[in-house]
Design a protein around this ligand. Structure first.
Ligand code: NI
Length: 182
């Protein structure tokens, strides 16, 4: 497995809608495992394919506590979620490995059902996902639409973080320009 570089805020790949995965090839299985390793290394609790530069509908999630002995990795191809009928909208401070050092409140449903294909292509449905797992599923699925959590923060939080975000986007664009010249 390998730790992959994470694309940062300002990289246009993060704004593209991702393509469905039609066939889970050995290359995609390896990519999914590399994404897990990249996420654990960061460390983070979720990672979506566009964050490592791939425009496909694949996310990895593990919300087990770092001190837990048992890891709880989920590899989700073509994930979709819907809120439970009695879900409530709740506040939570989110962050993102592609938007380092910014943590802001986002309001989302607290319980969801998620459906996806696992690494072997088997269809999986998990009902009543809650707490950090529910939050993470929604955040990672947003990435597949080209959406970032900073799109969903309050006007006050956006104003507060505007210069940080501008600086980050500028640095990312400079780094991408340097790379393309090599
Ligand atoms: Ni993220």
């Amino acid at each position: 497995m390998a730790v992959l570089p994470i694309c940062k805020y300002g990289d246009p790949i993060l704004r593209k809608k991702c393509e469905p995965v039609k066939e889970i090839t050995p290359e995609l299985r390896k990519l999914a495992l590399d994404m897990l390793e990249t996420m654990y290394d960061a460390p983070g609790v979720g990672l979506a394919a566009p964050q490592i530069g791939k425009n496909i509908r694949l996310v990895v999630i593990d919300v087990s506590h770092p001190e837990d002995e048992e890891k709880d990795p989920h590899i989700m191809f073509n994930p979709e979620w819907e809120p439970e009928s009695d879900a409530e909208m709740v506040d939570y401070d989110e962050g993102c490995l592609s938007v380092p050092d910014i943590f802001c409140n986002v309001v989302r449903p607290d319980r969801v059902t998620v459906r996806y294909n696992d690494i072997d292509g088997n269809p999986v449905e998990i009902k009543n996902c809650d707490e950090l797992f529910a939050r993470c599923i929604q955040h990672e699925c947003d990435h597949l639409e080209g959406d970032l959590f900073v799109d969903k923060i309050s006007t006050a939080d956006r104003t507060l973080n505007q210069s940080k975000l501008r600086k980050m986007a500028k640095e990312t664009k400079e780094n991408l320009a340097k790379k393309s010249k090599r």
